[in-house]
Ligand binder design. Sequence first.
Ligand SMILES: Cc1cc2nc3c(=O)[nH]c(=O)nc-3n(C[C@H](O)[C@H](O)[C@H](O)COP(=O)(O)OP(=O)(O)OC[C@H]3O[C@@H](n4cnc5c(N)ncnc54)[C@H](O)[C@@H]3O)c2cc1C
Ligand code: FES
Length: 338
Amino acid sequence: MHQVYLAGRDNSFAAGAEETVLEAGLRQHLTLPFGCKSGGCASCRVRLLQGEVQHRLPPPALSQAELDAGYILMCLAEARSDLVLDLHQPARLERLRPRQLPVRAQARMPLSHDVIGLTLKLPRGERFDYMPGQYLDFLLEDGKRRSFSIANAPNGETLELHLRIAPGGRFAHWVRDQMPERAILRIEGPLGAFYLREDSPRPMLLMAGGTGMAPIKAMLESQLARGLQRPAHLFWGVRSREDLYLDAQLQQWTQKHAGLRYTPVLSDPDADWQGERGFVHEALLRAYPRLDGHEIYMSGPPVMVRSGKDAFIAAGLDADHLFYDSFDYAFETWPANN
Ligand SMILES: Cc1cc2nc3c(=O)[nH]c(=O)nc-3n(C[C@H](O)[C@H](O)[C@H](O)COP(=O)(O)OP(=O)(O)OC[C@H]3O[C@@H](n4cnc5c(N)ncnc54)[C@H](O)[C@@H]3O)c2cc1C
Ligand code: FES
């Protein structure tokens, strides 16, 4: 057994050689951040300040730059000595323990040719607290799960989601084509450690790919409602103009809030597109070649998140100020679980 200490806190827990740090912590009722439990989402990413761990497999969600900076994934790491971990999470997140509850599908509407908006109604009298940026899992009848980010700031009544209808995508197709009106669905949440660090004074750069816009929208919505405290620049990468399903709302927000800038980036634009084109992370770097002093939030396809991580850290971004949600395929498709 080794002892795991959390920097700046009084509590510690014991971890055996055959269990992951996450399993050990959860077994002893600590509130630790996690999502997929399989190395894919990086929700359980923490910095190892002291000690030695061994990952059960090369951690898929961590880039070399993050490994070099001392990050580990608690869901894959086994303790090989006593450890000191920098959890780097606010007390509020610790109070938000994930739980399961039924919700009613209140509305579904097409947002673009391959994205639908789904609004869920929370049961009356039931509180579902979350931090903007977090996600939930649908619990399917066959025991499988599907993860979707919550796209609205908490309002106590409804949860808004943006579902991409991927070719062959089981759940999203079912929601669009077969889900009965007012269906009752089971969810678990809130999950993940993607949320806005409100105590940070750093200018924010937000980067979304496709429906990666969902958690970023929730973050912006909550910030704008309270008055934007620091400059924010959003880059949204999609394939073509028709994929910019929230463009009008974002344009409106930038007109209303002087501190907010918005740059859509198209990877496959029409000939008459005057704006940014190419990979979204490259557009961000064209605007901000040096990232020292900034804070970055990004969410969307794994390939975008991976490219962004490497490029941003190489451009001087401190890895402690890089936060992301990688929209990986469903849990059961991860090699570790097959
Ligand atoms: C933290 C988190 C938050 C997310 N938030 C959102 C969100 O807000 N909106 C959103 O649209 N998505 C989001 N996702 C992604 C979403 O959970 C997955 O894409 C999920 O698999 C979709 O479920 P589905 O049943 O519709 O599609 P699935 O049946 O899971 O299939 C999705 C697509 O992936 C393909 N696919 C599946 N597995 C593989 C594989 N191993 N290799 C290659 N292709 C594969 C399928 O053929 C299909 O095209 C999120 C993921 C995570 C981890
Ligand atoms: S919970 Fe560890 S990577 Fe997802």
